[in-house]
Design a protein around this ligand. Structure first.
Ligand SMILES: C[S@@+](CC[C@H](N)C(=O)[O-])C[C@H]1O[C@@H](n2cnc3c(N)ncnc32)[C@H](O)[C@@H]1O
Length: 144
């Protein structure tokens, strides 16, 4: 799901050039879309990769991941379904860890976060950030 036209266009060009078949793109704002369209307990896995960090304090309310969003993720995931989150912005990662500590709807993980993610495709954004020397925070939680 992506709401910006230029990013959609680039992604579609990439997919066509490589004839990638197992992907669907939705030009939507996922803030309203998720729970309006899907029924509950539908997804084995939900991935939120590098959402906009909104570093300024007055803009923090725009961040995708907040307790309300975790409620939507919980609604959409099957039992034991996996939520994966990645960010290169440390304060955002710490805030998410804080939210999860207060959550009873997700299981406590072995590790609260990690700096690497194995057996998982690296997105363009992740590659660029890694090449710039940014530290990437990966969080994973399963629905209780
Ligand atoms: C930093 S980029 C991450 C790109 C990609 N996930 C990756 O890992 O390479 C964040 C993207 O999320 C999109 N976005 C942010 N909020 C959104 C929303 N509510 N609905 C749909 N797309 C959104 C932005 O337009 C932007 O392209």
């Amino acid at each position: 799901m992506e709401k910006k036209g230029d990013r959609l266009r680039r992604t579609i060009q990439y997919i066509l050039a490589r004839n990638i078949q197992n992907i669907r793109i939705m030009p939507v704002n996922f803030d309203w879309f998720l729970t309006e369209i899907f029924d509950e307990n539908q997804f084995d896995e939900i991935i939120l990769n590098f959402p906009d960090p909104w570093p300024k304090k007055k803009h923090r309310k725009n961040r995708s991941l907040n307790p309300g969003f975790l409620g939507k993720i919980h609604f959409l995931l099957k039992q034991n379904g996996l939520f994966r989150f990645a960010t290169d912005y440390g304060p955002y990662a710490r805030r998410c860890i804080f939210y999860f500590r207060k959550e009873t709807r997700f299981k406590n993980p072995d590790k609260e976060y990690s700096f690497s993610r194995h057996d998982f495709p690296v997105s363009r954004f992740e590659r660029e950030k890694t090449e710039q020397g940014c530290r990437i925070y990966f969080l994973e939680r399963r629905k209780s």
